[in-house]
Design a protein around this ligand. Structure first.
Ligand code: 2RA
Length: 350
């Protein structure tokens, strides 16, 4: 089995390398990035080729391709990979809302990745954990309006911003210790990425950013609820890893906390934190449960009158459950994974 990764040198690419070794330990690997280079990963050294080499007439084919590139490069290479015989899972935004391309969350709608499917879109790193929490509630109680406020780790912006955050944090503390000044006075808010800011890229006429539109539009497609009343506000926060989402949920049918907890705890790939305080449910706690959505802090909305309005929190490692793990689980529908945690229960039992 030949597997290729486009974007192998990025943060998600690195997680894909780790997971592929767990899922398909004997697979032949072909790694691609912007240019020829050598990649050190997990004690191994890999040769990485320029992705442009795939456009040569003699480019080799393969079985499974993971694409972790920006939109314009996904649009350039995904068709070529399909032409070379690969089944392709693309992490970018390029194909997510394309009606011809399934947008798949393993554990929610993985039946949409069939044996005939050649290209699957991997949802945004906030949408995957949110829909893993919402699907068991949809199935049992129906969904009314959903409101989400997200707090997204800096690693979601990629390796360079994460490195700058770490470097400037160390530099800031060092300068504070030597200068004896308040750290905040030393930092230019415009420069220092360790701030809480709106995730406001590509804001359109609606006033909502592309990140907020992704949560809304992708959730509707994945849950197959095109009229779902959902709204979101997204922030970037100074945390290296772990996206955190506060969610206000209106159910169609009222329920009590025990029924809702049971539904949430039964959802695939969910680690449920019982208790309204959600003890231990933090952004960084996701690094200890990288392949699960952490769900908890369930409590009745103070405005509820009939058991339909609830609040809860969802958190997930944005590079793993929010990206690489979901992609590998989708692929395990076609190529069964050696590690059961990276499989899809319903298909694996078949
Ligand atoms: C972010 N979801 O967190 C976007 C892309 N990973 O910035």
């Amino acid at each position: 089995m030949r597997i290729c990764i486009l974007g192998a040198t990025g943060l998600v690419g690195s997680e894909l390398l780790t997971l592929i070794a767990r899922a398909w330990p004997t697979a032949e690997l072909a790694l691609y990035a912007s240019r020829d280079q050598t990649l050190a990963h997990g004690g191994d050294t890999h040769e990485v080729q320029a992705a442009s080499s795939l456009e040569r007439g003699d480019a080799p084919g393969g079985d499974l391709a993971f694409v972790a590139l920006d939109d314009q490069y996904s649009a350039r290479y995904c068709p070529r990979l399909v032409e070379l015989g690969y089944r392709v899972i693309d992490k970018s935004n390029t194909y997510r809302m394309n009606p011809e391309v399934p947008l798949v969350v393993a554990g929610v709608n993985h039946h949409r990745a069939t044996s005939a499917t050649k290209l699957v879109a991997n949802p945004n790193c906030t949408t995957i954990p949110l829909t893993l929490a919402l699907e068991p509630l949809r199935a049992r109680f129906g969904l009314g309006e959903i409101t989400v406020s997200s707090y997204q780790a800096i690693s979601g912006a990629g390796l360079a911003p994460l490195s700058r955050f770490v470097d400037m944090t160390v530099e800031g503390f060092t300068r504070m210790q030597t200068a004896g000044e308040l750290w905040g006075e030393l930092l230019d808010p415009a420069e220092y990425p360790g701030n809480v800011v709106p995730h406001s890229g590509k804001t359109d006429d609606s006033g909502f950013s592309s990140e907020e539109r992704k949560l809304v539009n992708e959730s509707r497609k994945i849950l197959e609820l095109p009229e779902l009343g959902i709204s979101a506000q997204c922030c970037r926060v100074p945390v290296p890893a772990g996206h955190y989402e506060n969610v206000w949920i209106e159910l169609e049918r009222g329920a009590d906390a025990e029924e809702i907890s049971e539904a949430l705890a039964s959802g695939p790939f969910v680690h449920y934190h019982p208790g309204a305080d959600g003890a231990g449910l933090t952004a960084l706690a996701t690094v200890h449960r990288r392949d699960h959505a952490l769900v908890g802090r369930l409590r009745k909305d103070n405005r509820d009158t009939d058991g339909r309005r609830w609040c809860l929190t969802v958190a997930a490692d944005n590079l793993r459950l929010g990206a690489a793990t979901n992609a590998v689980r989708i692929a395990s529908a076609w190529f069964p994974a050696s590690d059961p945690l990276l499989g899809i229960p319903s298909l694996r039992q078949a």
